[in-house]
Design a protein around this ligand. Structure first.
Ligand code: PMP
Length: 369
């Protein structure tokens, strides 16, 4: 089976699994004062440093959470801002984080244009000092990269706060939180080669967050509960690998080959976001007339794991809100699949995938004719 679904979860490397096994073997509660506790604490603090380095932040800015969903909800609910603006192509954990969030439209390429953000803040006549804007760094379905630094500068000029869900960037793009100029940033271990169930909210300043519950006071009182030590150890090991990643050109070349060769054989195929900067590993393509679910199942049988829209909806395939927000026809959007490559994806994997996909497109179209 060839795994082409890295935007759902990246397979864990041996060093990540080893770090988790070591942490599990050692045990201990990081809040205990004895030797076991101190060692568990040391592991967490080492991982905190590695996660911070991965995004150009300081260890003191990292708050570990149970994943990106929790971090996104914390960012939008616990920063005590009454007005919340989110881009229309955000992950559902951002879209649904706040009951009165206002959606900011994207253009046909899926890009959030900074003047549109400005217009949304102005139209709402908010006291911008009371607002937070959330725009993702790269889209999980299309890979489209947002002009975060420009948006953040504009948001700050208006006196609002800027949150960025950067989940899909580490291990695919270099990330520098300070250069992006965002106040709060979300990351998730399993999208960067670590385990699922652990993530982080990275804060420019800890005073931005006023959580309702402090629990046992862990994570500087910002996120109570005994830390997920094995998960955090795995996150730290994955963060080191993600920070060292330098294979973007190679991956983009393979991704581009899929698009070019499929378009040559299937000229009515649609590639989303191909005219704007995208993650190097991601392709979102529609084959009109063949439902995404049918393609995903046929490719699975042929030995290739890809996904339809976002994988985060518990196996349910819904028409992608991302593609609809970009103005795609419903009929085309429901025929779109996402192919997301990883550093281990080889040229041979890509050759096989292209052949299998083109074969099945022709076969399914013939049988529908
Ligand atoms: N944001 C984005 C952009 C994502 O792709 C995902 C996962 N699909 C999430 C948030 C949620 O991440 P987690 O599984 O860590 O809660």
């Amino acid at each position: 089976m060839v795994y082409l679904d890295h935007n759902a979860s990246v397979p864990m490397s041996a060093s990540v699994i080893e770090a988790m096994v070591e942490a599990a073997r050692q045990g201990g509660n990081p809040s205990s004062v004895h030797d076991y506790g101190r060692r568990a604490r040391a592991r967490i603090e080492a991982a905190r440093k590695d996660v911070a380095t991965m995004v150009g932040a300081a260890a003191s800015q990292v708050v570990f959470t149970s994943g990106a969903t929790e971090a996104n909800v914390m960012a939008l609910r616990a920063c005590s801002r009454d007005r919340v603006f989110v881009s229309a192509t955000e992950h559902v954990s951002v879209l649904d984080a706040h009951p009165t969030a206002v959606a900011i439209p994207v253009d046909a390429d899926g890009v959030v244009q900074p003047p549109v953000v400005q217009a949304a803040l102005t139209a709402d006549r908010v006291d911008a000092g009371d607002a937070i804007v959330s725009v993702m760094l790269a889209n999980n379905e299309t890979g489209v990269i947002q002009p975060i630094a420009e948006i953040a500068a504009m948001v700050h000029a208006a006196g609002a706060l800027m949150h960025c869900d950067a989940v899909q960037a580490p291990g695919r793009l270099p990330v520098d939180m300070a250069a992006l100029g965002v106040d709060l940033m979300t990351v998730s271990a399993h999208k960067a080669g670590g385990p699922a169930g652990v993530g982080a909210l990275i804060l420019r300043d800890a005073s931005l967050l006023r959580p309702d519950t402090k629990g046992g006071g862990q994570e500087k009182g910002l996120r109570g509960g005994t830390e997920n030590i094995t998960g955090i150890a795995g996150f730290g090991a994955a963060a080191k690998l993600a920070a060292a990643f330098n294979g973007a050109d190679e991956i983009a070349r393979r991704r581009d080959r899929i698009e070019a060769e499929v378009l040559q054989e299937v000229p009515d195929a649609v590639v989303f976001g191909s005219d704007v900067p995208r993650l190097p590993n991601t392709s979102c393509m529609a084959i009109p007339g063949i439902g995404a679910e049918t393609q995903v199942m046929a490719l699975d049988l042929a030995g290739y794991a890809v996904s339809a829209g976002s994988a985060c909806s518990s196996g349910k395939v819904k028409t992608s809100h991302v593609l609809l927000a970009m103005g795609a026809d419903d009929d085309v959007a429901r025929c779109a699949i996402r192919i997301s490559l990883g550093p281990e994806t080889s040229d041979a994997d890509i050759d096989g995938f292209i052949t299998a996909w083109i074969d099945l497109i022709h076969r399914l179209r013939r049988s529908a004719a």
